[in-house]
Ligand binder design. Structure first.
Ligand code: TYM
Length: 332
């Protein structure tokens, strides 16, 4: 059976990259797969989070999923810390994964920066918890943006090593699903940097809750080069900002990059940006409005997460029992 698991960290500032790289694809995949979507609050605390802000961001991410069109009844939406088996399986995986594997993780290197000695142990072991998220449900497919590919490869290595070490076929080896024309949305201020929640500049990203004026202003101010738009895909080489805006347009309009350069090749950026802003406002505007409405009703959002956690636990428990048996843990 095919099952999807994916997650988003509640660290504030949900943006267009999260939407186009992940959440929007989930909305489509929910028709074909059994889906489990998680607000990964335990991953969030690998770097410091103000407790009240963490609670608010957890509700914001859940609201984003629902507002984008993920059906919380047909799928499971929950926050990770409500299902304690994530932490339990992560510990087993801490004992399966090798230091050498984690040392290769580029996200740790980026996030820890120069001051590695001061990074939390959790930040280092982050990918093991992510493998636990996926494998706790025996998920077969993991829809994510490009930046998570290395983490999914590690989850595959962990599944394979666990199966080999214990001579079992308990875990499926999960496949990444990296879909659409914008699998790596870049900063609007610098086309060589990923659009990210932690960029200090608000103008680097379009937030999922931005209103029409903010969206239009950010796109107008987005960095570009002085040339008109390229007329073919090759013409995007060495023009990261142009490539990024074209990719965003393609993703939002459900077309591909070739169609966009055919339509706008040779035009000035000022014209293209106006069209892109209209497109972004019409796609994101209603989602942002619905998110705000849901966030004003925390009782409802919390009830979705509670119900989701209960259903997640029901799937996880028998799988965790299998893990205990395979590892040789005595059970009551
Ligand atoms: P997070 O919270 O950084 O991002 C959530 C999702 O958004 C995608 N994404 C992007 N896609 C395109 N362009 C961008 N600029 C961009 N920025 C973010 C991410 O690829 C991701 O799909 N480790 C994960 C969360 C996680 C997870 C999991 C995912 C925890 N456990 C299990 C899948 C399965 C993360 O930090 O995502």
């Amino acid at each position: 059976m095919n099952r999807i698991f994916s997650g988003v960290q509640p660290t504030g500032n949900l943006h267009l990259g999260n939407y186009l790289g992940a959440i929007r694809n989930w909305v489509r995949l929910q028709k074909e797969f059994e889906c489990i979507f998680c607000v990964v609050d335990m991953h969030a605390i690998t770097v410091w989070q103000e407790p009240a802000a963490l609670t608010a961001s957890t509700r914001e991410v859940a609201a984003a999923m629902i507002a984008s069109g993920v059906d919380p009844k047909a799928n499971i939406i929950f926050n990770q810390s409500q299902v304690s088996a994530h932490a339990e399986l992560a510990w087993v995986f801490n004992c399966v994964a090798r230091l050498g594997w984690l040392n290769r993780m580029t996200q740790f290197k980026e996030k820890a920066g120069k001051n590695r000695e001061n990074a939390s142990v959790g930040l280092y072991a982050y990918p093991n918890l992510m493998a636990a998220d996926i494998l706790l449900y025996k998920a077969t497919h993991v829809p994510v943006g490009e930046d998570q590919k290395q983490h999914i490869e590690l989850a595959r290595d962990i599944a394979q090593k666990f199966n080999n070490d214990f001579k079992t076929e308990l875990f499926p080896v999960p496949e990444p699903l990296i879909l659409g024309a914008a699998t790596r949305v870049m900063s609007l201020r610098d086309g060589t940097k990923k659009m990210s929640k932690s960029d200090p500049s608000e103008y680097s990203r379009i937030a999922m809750t931005d209103g029409p004026d903010e969206i239009a202003k950010k796109i107008r101010k987005a960095k570009t080069d002085p040339e008109p738009l390229p007329t073919d895909r090759e013409g995007m080489t060495g023009r990261p900002e142009a490539a990024n805006l074209i990719g965003i347009y393609a993703a939002l309009s459900d077309s591909d990059v070739e169609d966009v350069v055919k339509k706008y090749g040779g035009e000035q950026f000022s014209t293209f940006k106006q069209h892109l802003a209209d497109l972004a406002v019409s796609s994101l505007g209603p989602i942002g409005e619905e998110m705000k409405r849901l966030m004003a009703d925390p009782g409802y959002v919390d009830s979705v997460l509670r119900d989701g956690a209960e259903r997640a636990r029901a799937i996880a428990e028998p799988i965790m029992r299998e893990v205990h048996d395979v590892v040789g843990f005595l059970r009551p």
